[in-house]
Design a binder for this molecule. Sequence first.
Ligand code: 6GU
Length: 276
Amino acid sequence: MTATPDDATPSSPSPLVTFELVTLFPDLLDGYLRASLLGKAIGAGIVAVERTNPRDFAPGRHRSVDDTPCGGGPGMVISPVPVVAALEDLTARRGPAHKILLTPRGRLLDQGQVRRLSALPRIALVCGRYEGFDERVASFCDEELSIGDYVLSGGELAAAVVIESIARLLPGVLGCGLSAAEDSFSAGRLEHPQWTRPLEFRGHRVPDILLSGDHAAIARWRRREAYRRTAAVRPDLLSLHPPTEEERVWAEEWARERGGQDQNDALSAQEPRTRP
Ligand code: 6GU
C-alpha cells in the first residue's frame, strides 16, 4: 500500500486577493473569469472570486431589489436593504472586505488606483444595474469607483476590469514582462509600438533600427516612440509626468521639423493654384 504523505500534495495556498462580487447577475462574468491568465490565477488559488446576489436578500414574495425614486422621476432606484444585507452576509461568512461601489459617479480608476487596491486582501465589488443606487448604499461602502467617463448598464464589466487590472499585478499571475508592462504606465507614458515577423507585410516594413542589434539605440528609440505617442494622443499624461531632459530635446526637434513644414505649407499656400 502506498500512502501519500501530506506534504507530497501542495496545499492550496490562501489567495492573495479575494474578490466578493455583489451582483444581481452572478453568472455574468463566469466565462471571462475562467479564461486565460485570470482563469489560471483562480485555478492556482492566487485569486479567489466569490459571489453574493442581493436578490437572495430581497424582502417579499417578488424579491424586488428596486423601487421608484422618492420625489418622482423616471426609472428605478436600487434599494439599500438587499444590498447591505448581501454585504453583511458575505462579511459574516468570510470576513470583512474593502467595499467598493461601482458607479459612473465614482473616482476614476487608473493604474495608481489599481496599484493601491492590489495591496488589499479582500475587496467587495458592488455592481449596480440600469438604475442608480439609493444614496444610503454609498454610506455602507468604503469608496466609489468608475472605470471611465461613459455609462454602462451595469457594474459587472467594471468589476471585471477591476479584477483583471489588480490580478495581473499579483506575483505569479503574469510571467515575465509584468514589470515592463507596468513600468511603462507608472512612468506616465504609453507603450512603445511593437513588431514581429514577417519583416515585410503588405508593403509595411519593420523599422530597421529594431533589426540593428544595437540594444542601447533600440531602447532609446523605443523611449522616443513612447513619448511621441503619448504627446500626440495623451498630452494630459505629460502634465502629471513632466517630460525628461531627453524628451524635451525630442520635442524641440519635432517642433523645429514642424516649423519647417509649416513654413513650407505657408509658402505653397501663397503660390497661385494655377500657373499663368
Ligand atoms: Cl463602475 N458602472 C457603470 N454602470 N457605468 C460605468 C462605470 C461603472 N464606470 C464607467 N461607467
